[in-house]
Design a protein around this ligand. Structure first.
Ligand code: GAR
Length: 200
């Protein structure tokens, strides 16, 4: 039986990573394992989550490389070493180097905390997104899983989930509501991606 190798890219708390770990462990995501976690931040709590599961980790920081090409080569080497089938960006706050995006076209997905194409692009990450949604007076928000291309948050949408924006919401309250949907649709997107390969 084929077991697909997922590599997860993180920068922070890693609740989306945890959702993937938990649903591999409980059998919701079948025929897959996480072989590698790459973090742009050595202090990311996501790295502790990885250690608890005994998953191999690697820290790849922008500032350690002379340019994006060199960073891309280091990242591509790690990903190839882990025999990566699918890359999942789960709260990854750097731009993925072009070399990696090109090598993994159709096999690299990102979770974004808004209903793209709204509230996407440079500067729209983390809490900034929810602040912008509230400032715009939106009545609903949500999350989007999309394939990664060489733009910022521009790749084809795989799936979306919506939540209401409630009167008096703080950015943190909205973020928590959106996170619940993120965990659900990210896992569904991975399950469906694997199913689509197996039916080919
Ligand atoms: C999530 O809301 C994710 O959608 C967002 O960062 C948070 C990470 O949470 N990602 C971006 O903003 C990427 N542009 P987590 O570390 O708990 O999964």
């Amino acid at each position: 039986m084929v077991i697909y190798n997922i590599s997860v890219l993180v920068s922070g708390g890693g609740t989306n990573l945890q959702a993937i770990i938990d649903t591999i462990n409980d059998g919701t995501i079948k025929n897959a394992r996480i072989g590698l976690i790459i973090s742009s931040n050595p202090k990311a709590y996501a790295l502790e989550r990885a250690d608890r599961e005994g998953i191999h980790t690697s820290v790849i920081r922008k500032k350690d490389f002379k340019n994006d090409e060199a960073r891309g080569e280091a990242m591509a080497r790690e990903l190839a070493g882990a025999k990566t089938d699918l890359i999942v960006l789960a709260g990854y706050m750097n731009i993925v180097p072009e070399k990696v995006v090109n090598e993994y076209e159709g096999r690299i997905m990102n979770i974004h905390p808004a209903l793209l194409p709204k509230f996407g692009g440079l500067g729209f990450y983390g809490l900034n997104v929810h602040k912008a949604v509230l400032a715009a007076g939106e009545k609903e928000s949500g999350a989007t899983v999309h394939f990664v291309d060489n733009g910022v948050d521009t790749g084809a949408v795989i799936k979306q989930g919506k939540v209401p924006v409630l009167a008096g919401d703080s950015p943190e309250q909205l973020a928590d509501r959106v996170l619940e949907v993120e965990h659900k649709i990210l896992v569904e997107a991975i399950v469906e991606w694997i199913a689509s390969l197996r039916s080919q």
